[in-house]
Design a protein around this ligand. Structure first.
Ligand code: AMP
Ligand code: TRP
Length: 339
């Protein structure tokens, strides 16, 4: 990456339904740690992404505030970071259009998330669902962001963001856009469903038992862990022994992510025991980590006007960074601007 770009972290979360333990462990809980004096941190509730599939307007408003509350409950400080919702900063949509003319159709059609969501219905999905990665590239590049912390499922979209930046730079003979680094790290880059160890934990899974929601209370968390699918074998002393046991591996990984220990340190304590011993320990740990966050989210959600004020303030600060970058892009592309 070119050294001329100052370190700037950007990440986004869609307000398209309740948040899960996967969102928390793979993304949210890492965000506060990037806050520091030597870099800017920009966190965005990506409402323009959410509407690529239909959203009930009242629910979208609620979910936007809830994601903002989750950012804050996870330690994002709106004074240290910029926290806002995407649609309040017009530069995202504007730069996305410019990138629609740089990115290639084939790149979009190759995205596994598009293939999964579009499926057999690919002709009937919104055009926005196809163009989604172009908007994501715009989110990141409108700020010349250098680092993007996300879960594993966003890897392909971030590669496309790098491709857009490189193609723009090449086509216009410039080094205007940075080649962004994905930050996909830790033990929980891909938390799996509690019902099926081959599927990621997702807010869009029809089964509520498949996930732990950030709004679940202690009883719901404990019950979902108790009912999580596992196998009948005892636990081995190291992760090597869990190679072909995806559900068991997932629960151990969740334990590791929640406790901050490595799986290979945890397993010897449970070696030879079944899930009858492991699940209550995991439930207790999950409840102790998650319920304070849920309580904090609820506290923040009690004052929606204050959330809206924070998002508005963040949007102004975000626009101040994005505006000259998008103007610079248009200038490079040959568009006339009045001065
Ligand atoms: P989304 O809810 O799709 O907007 O995702 C928000 C963030 O959470 C992204 O960084 C995702 O990569 C991350 N994420 C979503 N689901 C999971 C999961 N099951 N495990 C780990 N990270 C996840
Ligand atoms: N596509 C991401 C997701 O579904 C959300 C997102 C949109 C994002 N724009 C972003 C993440 C920019 C990181 C950076 O999870």
């Amino acid at each position: 990456m070119s050294a001329t770009f100052k370190p700037r972290v950007f990440s986004g979360i869609q307000p398209s339904g309740g948040l899960t333990l996967g969102n928390y462990l793979g993304a949210l809980r890492r965000f506060a740690g990037f806050q520091g004096t030597d870099r800017e941190t920009i966190y965005c509730v990506v409402d323009l992404h959410a509407i690529t599939v239909w959203q009930d307007p009242e629910k979208l408003r609620h979910n936007t505030r809830e994601v903002a509350a989750a950012f804050m409950a996870s330690g994002v400080d709106p004074r240290q970071s910029i926290l806002f919702n995407q649609s309040q900063v017009a530069q995202h949509a504007e730069l996305a259009w410019l990138f629609n003319c740089v990115a290639r159709l084939g790149w979009m059609e190759r995205m596994t998330q598009f293939k999964d969501k579009g499926g057999a219905n690919a002709e009937r999905v919104s055009l926005g669902l196809l163009a989604y990665p172009s908007l994501m590239a715009a989110d990141i590049l409108a700020y010349h962001a250098t680092h993007v912390p996300v879960g594993e499922d966003q890897k392909q979209h971030l590669e496309l963001t790098r491709d857009v930046a490189a193609k723009f730079n090449h086509d216009y003979g410039t080094e205007f856009f940075p080649i962004t680094e994905p930050l996909i790290e830790g033990t929980a880059t891909r938390v799996m469903s509690l019902r099926d160890g081959s599927k990621k934990m997702s807010k869009s899974d029809p089964s509520d038992a498949s996930r732990i929601n950030l709004t679940d209370d202690a009883d719901q968390i404990a019950q979902k862990i108790r009912k999580a699918r596992t196998d009948a074998d005892p636990l081995p002393g190291s992760m090597d022994g869990l190679k072909d046991r995806p559900e068991a591996r997932n629960l151990v990984n969740i334990y590791a992510a929640l406790s901050g220990e490595t799986a290979d340190r945890i397993l010897p304590r449970f070696e030879g025991q079944g899930f009858g011993a492991f699940k209550p320990a995991l439930a207790e740990l999950a409840v102790s980590v998650m319920t304070p966050i849920t309580a904090e989210m609820n506290r923040i959600m009690a004052d929606p006007a204050e959330i809206d004020r924070i998002l508005g303030d963040g949007a102004e600060r975000a626009a101040a960074i994005a505006r000259p970058i998008v103007e610079g892009t248009k200038e490079i592309m040959g568009m006339i601007r009045s001065r």
